[in-house]
Design a protein around this ligand. Structure first.
Ligand SMILES: *[C@@H]1O[C@H](CO)[C@@H](O)[C@H](O)[C@H]1NC(C)=O
Ligand SMILES: *[C@@H]1O[C@H](CO)[C@@H](O)[C@H](O)[C@H]1NC(C)=O
Ligand SMILES: *[C@@H]1O[C@H](CO)[C@@H](O)[C@H](O)[C@H]1NC(C)=O
Ligand SMILES: *[C@@H]1O[C@H](CO)[C@@H](O)[C@H](O)[C@H]1NC(C)=O
Ligand SMILES: *[C@@H]1O[C@H](CO)[C@@H](O)[C@H](O)[C@H]1NC(C)=O
Ligand SMILES: *[C@@H]1O[C@H](CO)[C@@H](O)[C@H](O)[C@H]1NC(C)=O
Ligand SMILES: *[C@@H]1O[C@H](CO)[C@@H](O)[C@H](O)[C@H]1NC(C)=O
Ligand SMILES: *[C@@H]1O[C@H](CO)[C@@H](O)[C@H](O)[C@H]1NC(C)=O
Ligand SMILES: *[C@@H]1O[C@H](CO)[C@@H](O)[C@H](O)[C@H]1NC(C)=O
Length: 553
């Protein structure tokens, strides 16, 4: 007879075993802010600040997982709570006219790691180091293709499929053809993404055997390395019906690359295939709004995304990555960069910042947007580094005080010729963000937000730490200057935020509310407890309606 204790013990260990292999859920990821590392270009094991790296040549420059571990203070110093790394599997060796597989997107053997980046122990240690800091690990996965150097020969006749692990036979692949029209999804899903120098043999992901091998491999990788979420490279080219099967089989958060400016397409992917996608429609409108002087484009796109995407809060918001122009190359104005970064961190979604963005690096396209960060010196007092630190802090704090924060959609409360203001979160402890596209030459003036917090509420502008008081009409008169963004939070709830002189702590909303009630004889300093102005009530109800609408769409 088996004792109850034994049964319980085995049930517990089974549960913990399952628990340890599970990636984090989409819900858990929504509050996270991700720092994207390109492993070869982030940090070297020797900590060198001078080791040369010529982006044009496209060769390995020596960044490693060990180097990344050593630089986690730099990342966490900006209050990021997740790190994304380059694909980890063994890539093809050899050099072509445009370089080597330093980026990790040229898979050869799925069952081996890329030894340029380190050993199995190094990757395990990186995962542990992140988890010890309460941070998540996001890994870039290539499930669309393998890679083969054809060096000018015709891929249709040159590729030796037997070299691939585990896909060692041409049956696992589509017949060779090159994508000619990226906007034709049939073309993009049956032909190859590479060229005749490095062919990228296209996996036949509609095939059961291919699916099973990819699922088993991915489950094993996720469990072995304690991975919390995946980016799916080239998801646009994968057989779409395989995507939800893969998501179910592997589990956890996944954001899949579908580079398309149309919300109709990208939101359709979120409806049918993937829990999250990098928000390319939003990205293109951010670029237009901030660098081409048309702020209304951004608001129109936001409304389109709200209408079409089932879950905007699960989309990944970014302004740079390894495939696109560095923001500073689109517009090198520092005030413009600050507005774009503020929007990226505080708008709805999982925010993602690409390494080097915090140093305002330039690079107009691949490969010049992949500089070795060590050559930029990891400056922890650069303007954007300090800005990111504050933005991530208020984002995290707002979430700590309100666990519905991540899921609440931003509400547009102001639109000017060059400004947009948004409110995100529960009334009384919401974040208000004012962004603009004026640039550093923008003048000093007052901007009146007709809806903000309660009349008489004390609020803090968290980027300057300046205190404001909401007027008797519940208007917040924002002092604009030099094109800078403004971000507000109620002063009474700043404790625990880690900014403007307040220490970071795990304080809860109810603790602070109690404390505030005890501190003030009258409720006049607290927006949340003062009389709600009619206009505010309207927008609050509106926010509920928007939430309800999205919830049932
Ligand atoms: C980088 O490599 C390219 C191609 O070999 C070369 O033309 C260029 O001068 C190099 N740049 C530097 C800074 O060494
Ligand atoms: C590719 O061809 C170039 C010359 O065209 C040669 O220098 C290089 O070694 C070749 N690379 C490989 C991997 O065969
Ligand atoms: C492919 O790999 C399988 C499993 O390792 C092996 O049994 C088979 O012989 C290989 N086929 C070729 C053509 O190398
Ligand atoms: C799209 O691509 C497929 C496959 O390459 C081709 O058969 C089809 O004609 C293309 N459709 C359009 C509208 O061009
Ligand atoms: C800005 O973009 C909107 C939406 O695309 C367009 O209607 C408007 O004409 C543009 N404004 C300017 C000044 O270009
Ligand atoms: C870091 O950036 C700040 C602000 O731009 C600058 O004043 C400082 O000199 C930089 N430090 C280094 C070591 O480059
Ligand atoms: C803002 O108000 C808080 C709370 O009253 C106070 O502690 C803080 O010193 C004020 N900050 C500034 C810059 O005046
Ligand atoms: C913040 O923490 C430090 C060190 O623990 C402490 O000395 C200081 O009094 C704290 N400040 C506030 C405002 O709580
Ligand atoms: C904050 O609270 C959470 C959950 O209660 C806990 O996991 C975490 O370790 C705490 N962090 C700190 C810094 O106390």
């Amino acid at each position: 007879m088996v004792s109850t204790a034994l049964l319980l013990a085995s049930a517990l260990s089974a549960a913990s075993l399952i628990g340890s292999t599970l990636a984090a859920t989409t819900e858990q990821w929504k509050s996270r802010s991700v720092y994207q590392v390109m492993t070869d270009r982030f940090a070297r094991t020797d900590g060198s600040l001078t080791y040369p790296c010529n982006t044009t040549e496209g060769l390995y420059c020596g960044g490693t997982w060990r180097g990344t571990i050593d630089m986690l203070d730099y990342i966490q110093g900006m209050n990021f709570d997740a790190v994304m790394i380059s694909p980890i599997m063994e890539n093809i060796a050899g050099r072509v006219s445009y370089g080597e597989a330093y980026h990790g997107y040229w898979p050869l053997d799925l069952y081996n790691l890329n030894s340029h980046f380190g050993t199995k122990q190094d990757l395990l240690d990186l995962s542990d180091a992140l988890h010890e800091r309460g941070m998540y690990l996001l890994v870039d996965m290539v499930i669309n293709n393998m890679a083969y150097i054809t060096n000018g020969s015709n891929p249709a006749t040159t590729i030796d499929y037997s070299v691939f692990t585990p896909f060692n036979n041409s049956d696992y692949f589509h017949k060779y053809c090159l994508i000619t029209d990226w906007n034709n999804y049939t073309d993009a899903q049956t032909c190859q993404t590479g060229d005749d120098i490095v062919a990228l043999p296209h996996l036949f992901t509609a095939h059961d055997d291919v699916q099973t091998l990819l699922e088993d491999w991915s489950k094993d990788i996720v469990a072995t390395y304690g991975i919390d979420g995946l980016r799916i490279d080239a998801a646009k080219s994968v057989y779409p019906d395989f995507l939800p099967i893969y998501v179910d089989a592997v589990g956890g958060f996944m954001t899949g690359e579908v580079m398309d400016s149309r919300a109709s397409i990208v939101c359709d992917y979120q409806t049918n295939y993937l829990p999250s996608l990098p928000n390319y429609p939003l990205y293109y409108s951010i670029i237009t709004a901030f660098t081409e002087g048309n702020i209304s484009v951004l608001l129109e796109e936001i409304n389109e995304i709200k209408k079409l995407c089932p879950d905007p809060a699960a989309m990944a918001v970014f302004t740079e990555n390894q495939d696109i122009i560095r923001f500073a190359s689109a517009d090198d104005d520092m005030a413009i960069a600050k507005n774009a970064v503020a929007f990226t961190i505080l708008f709805d979604g999982v925010s993602m910042i690409y390494q080097g963005q915090e140093q305002h690096l330039k690079g107009s396209s691949t490969p010049t947007n992949r500089e070795a960060l060590w050559l930029a010196g990891y400056n922890t007092t650069s303007e954007l580094y300090l800005l990111l630190k504050n933005l991530n802090a208020i984002r995290k704090h707002a979430y700590n005080l309100d666990n519905t924060y991540a899921d609440q959609q931003s509400i547009n409360i102001y639109q000017g010729g060059s400004e947009l203001a948004f409110w995100k979160g529960t009334y009384g402890r919401q974040v208000i963000m004012v962004v603009n596209n004026q640039g550093v030459t923008g003048g000093a003036y007052d901007l009146i937000l007709p809806q903000s917090y309660g009349a008489g509420a004390a609020v803090t502008e968290v980027l300057t730490c300046e205190n404001y008081t909401v007027n008797d009409l519940s208007q917040l008169i924002v002092k604009m200057d030099a094109g800078l963004p403004r971000v507000f939070f109620p002063t009474a709830y700043m404790e625990g935020s880690g900014i403007c002189g307040y220490n970071y702590s795990n304080v809860t909303y109810s603790e602070l509310k109690l404390k505030n009630a005890g501190d003030s004889s009258s409720s006049s300093s607290l927006g949340a407890t003062s009389t709600v102005a009619p206009s505010l009530l309207v927008s609050f109800l509106l926010s509920l309606m928007v939430g309800a609408f999205v919830g049932t769409a």
